[in-house]
Ligand binder design. Structure first.
Ligand SMILES: [Zn+2]
Length: 247
């Protein structure tokens, strides 16, 4: 039985078909190959797949134009940090996940490029063998981006556990957060949650005053402390991406 690719309209057999969560099919060779292997097609609908393809098209261009040239830079301020396949360019306010395909002499690199300001979650995680496609559990870096369409929850498996930790440590330093600082903050947050629930109680009793808003402002203030100050990265990314149609 033949299917039809919901993106390019090609007639495809079962082996050439990728089924999406919403029941649509896309062709593996033409359309699925326009995105990265890190993207979870099985749990995505057609709109999100289209967003991801667009994200990869523009990301690949941004990578070629702005990021790849930084590999060779001698300027310390422009230096790009590599935890292959993750590349971090603080001077541009950008972080890329790349995928190189092809042989030695005809490699084509595809990339998704994200704003560092949107990186809300980054941590090391153990990826079970069945998910990573290898025969044993692998360590991975889990990246989660807010305000980002397409690929925004990414698991990157690493062969070396050390590389995984180095990547996360680097990001902590970049955002001005080291481990001791983080655990300190965790304690304050726990204390604060208790305070907030007291406020909620007070709100139920008193109706006139907007205590909820007051509590929210304080939560936001704590949030800024936990994720670090991202202003400089936002400004850099705004400038770098000015000519590109990326979130
Ligand atoms: Zn197609």
């Amino acid at each position: 039985m033949a299917n039809t690719c919901a993106i390019c309209g090609a007639t495809i057999n079962v082996l050439q078909s990728q089924k999406l969560m919403d029941g649509n099919y896309i062709c593996t060779k033409g359309c699925r190959a326009k995105g990265l292997k890190y993207y979870d097609y099985v749990h995505s609908d057609l709109d999100n797949v289209k967003d991801h393809i667009h994200q990869t098209e523009v990301g690949t261009k941004v990578w070629q134009d702005l990021m790849e040239p930084l590999k060779k830079t001698r300027d310390k301020n422009q230096k790009m940090q590599a935890f292959r396949p993750i590349y971090i360019a603080p001077s541009l306010g950008l972080i890329a996940v790349i995928e190189a395909r092809g042989g030695l002499f005809n490699t084509k690199t595809y990339a998704c490029v994200f704003r560092l300001e949107n990186l809300q979650l980054y941590r090391t995680e153990r990826m079970p063998a069945r998910t990573s496609g290898s025969d044993k559990d692998k360590m991975c870096v889990h990246l989660g981006f807010v305000h980002t369409k397409g690929l925004n929850d990414v698991y990157i498996p690493f062969d070396s556990e050390t590389d995984c930790h180095q990547c996360v440590d680097y990001l902590n330093k970049l955002f001005g957060l080291d481990d001791s600082f983080r655990s300190g903050i965790k304690k304050s947050v726990t204390q604060f949650k208790a305070t907030k629930s007291m406020w909620d109680l007070a709100k139920a009793k008193k109706n006139g005053e907007n205590l909820e808003e007051k509590a929210k402002a304080t939560v936001d203030a704590f949030g800024a402390t936990i994720i670090g100050d991202r202003t400089q990265f936002k400004d850099a990314a705004d400038q770098a991406l000015a000519g590109y149609d990326l979130d």
